[in-house]
Design a protein around this ligand. Structure first.
Ligand code: NAD
Length: 454
């Protein structure tokens, strides 16, 4: 790996012509291989709903490439920056420069997308790239390697396959930037490793994304949206609703509304092709274990358990009012289990959120402008999505990233380009130069000029 990196570091950045040609070819190859990609992801998961992969692995990647192609000329321009009037008539500029060789480390939950979207940003910015896909989805990783080698030379984009040890060694490489997507826990390890080389980082991490339902909001509408966001990919989404906060007076109606919506979307979940499996046996066990210590009356498992498909599927499950010290309220769930907690009012909900690590996304269902503003200004989260789940990820050019425990930095669109570039500042001294007026020795007149300028 190190030898390959050193070789890539000697090579020049990608030209504008190369960047555009590669991005176009990448889009073409993704479209031509969409079935192969979707099948590989499904094989890795033992079953992933085809339409979910179509949307989350293919469609958003193509949109991201098209957005980059549309704006790349504008992004890469050197922009004039006005010099401080005291230095008139000098000029300034900001010139984006590729960072060099960028490392991309991806998780398994959207194993194709979370390699390709960061790659688009890195290539648009002119970098060479080393990619480490997740070892948990090896079939998708093999397709990624093949597809990228059809588009890029090995010295432009190099794919490294291997286990956690390889991933650890990858994060110790003297790369010029790493975009890591994964858990907060591993993010800390990667940050520690990268610090040895002072490699800059974008950390796209996880955590618990809460949902807050205001009393004025239609429970039917909220349930429709929450069910879609929660059980898409069986809850294995970094921005999946992790738990719901609702007032006591609305709780039982909400439970009914969610049950009805789940039954409508995923009847007979175990045999249902629209319902994805849990990625592997370890995660299947982890999720089942997460329910330990709860009273049976707190657990509502929705749907038929007698299906014929015995793959790693877990029923859409609600957990009612778990204790806040229970693991289901302490760990990121990352699966089809959804706790519902009772909250007194909006202020108590804000306090509850602020007492915990900053979430990646906060979901708010409300039509009350005053409450929306209150939640927006009094909480901290990577993003705030109002009256809808997940789709903020797919908005072209909208920065995506966490804060604190949910991440550092952001990407998508121009923000991704900036994350993968060094914004080099340039100062042009004009021939007419008054700087001598404030150069030592500091005579009385110079002192006067300085005091006038201060
Ligand atoms: P993970 O942290 O276990 O693994 C992520 C990557 O880190 C993988 O490529 C893996 O090979 C590597 N890795 C694992 N152990 C390592 C180590 N000791 N040293 C260096 N590298 C190591 O995460 P995961 O289980 O693949 O994914 C789930 C997590 O990712 C969840 O927390 C989820 O919220 C988060 N996630 C975040 C986003 C986002 O955009 N913010 C998107 C998807 C997933």
């Amino acid at each position: 790996m190190l030898e390959q990196l050193q070789k890539m570091k000697q090579l020049p950045p990608l030209t504008m012509k190369q960047r555009v040609a590669h991005l176009k070819s990448l889009a073409k190859n993704i479209k031509a291989n969409d079935e192969k990609i979707i099948n590989a992801v499904s094989a890795d998961f033992s079953h992933r709903c085809e339409q979910e992969s179509q949307m989350a692995e293919i469609m958003v990647c193509i949109d991201e490439i098209n957005h980059a192609l549309k704006h790349i000329k504008q992004w890469t321009q050197t922009k004039t920056w006005h010099a401080n009037w005291k230095f008139y008539p000098s000029k300034c500029a900001i010139s984006p420069q590729p960072k060099g060789v960028v490392g991309i480390m991806a998780p398994w939950n959207y194993p194709f997308n979370l390699v390709i979207e960061p790659l688009v940003a890195a290539i648009a910015a002119g970098n060479r790239v080393m990619v480490k896909p997740s070892e948990i989805t090896p079939k998708t990783a093999a397709v990624i390697k093949q597809l990228l080698s059809d588009v890029f030379s090995d010295d432009e984009v190099h794919v490294v396959l291997g286990d956690v040890e390889v991933a650890n060694a990858f994060s110790k490489l003297p790369l010029d930037h790493i975009l890591f997507t994964g858990s907060t826990q591993v993010g800390k390890i990667v940050m520690r490793n990268a610090s040895e080389n002072l490699t800059s980082l974008t950390l796209e991490l996880g955590g618990k994304s809460p949902v807050l339902i205001d009393d004025d909001y239609s429970l039917k509408k909220a349930a429709r949206s929450i069910v879609q966001g929660k059980w898409f990919n069986a809850g294995q989404t970094c921005i999946a609703p992790d738990y719901i906060m609702v007032s006591n007076s609305k709780k039982s109606d909400l439970i009914q509304a969610i049950k009805q919506q789940v039954e409508q979307c995923y009847p007979d979940y175990s045999d249902n092709k629209d319902y994805s499996a849990v990625v592997n046996h370890n995660h299947f066990e982890r999720l089942n274990k997460l329910l330990e210590g709860l009273e049976p009356s707190q657990i509502i498992s929705i749907g038929d358990k007698e299906g014929t498909d015995h793959s790693q599927k877990i029923a859409p499950t609600l957990v009612i009012d778990p204790n806040s010290s229970h693991p289901v309220m302490q760990q990121e769930i990352f699966g089809p289990i959804l706790p519902i907690v009772t909250i007194e009012n909006i202020d108590a909900a804000i306090q509850f959120i602020n007492d915990r690590p900053n979430p990646l996304t906060l979901y708010l269902y409300s039509n009350n402008k005053h409450n929306i503003k209150k939640v927006r200004t009094q909480t901290r989260s990577g993003s705030l999505a109002i009256n809808e789940t997940l789709v903020h990820f797919a908005q072209e050019g909208l920065p995506f990233g966490g804060i604190g425990a949910s991440g550092m930095g952001s990407y998508h669109g121009y923000q991704g380009f900036v994350a993968m570039s060094h914004m080099k500042s340039i100062y042009y001294q004009s021939r007419i130069n008054f700087n001598g007026m404030v150069r030592a020795p500091y005579s009385q007149i110079k002192k006067k000029i300085l005091s006038l300028l201060s």
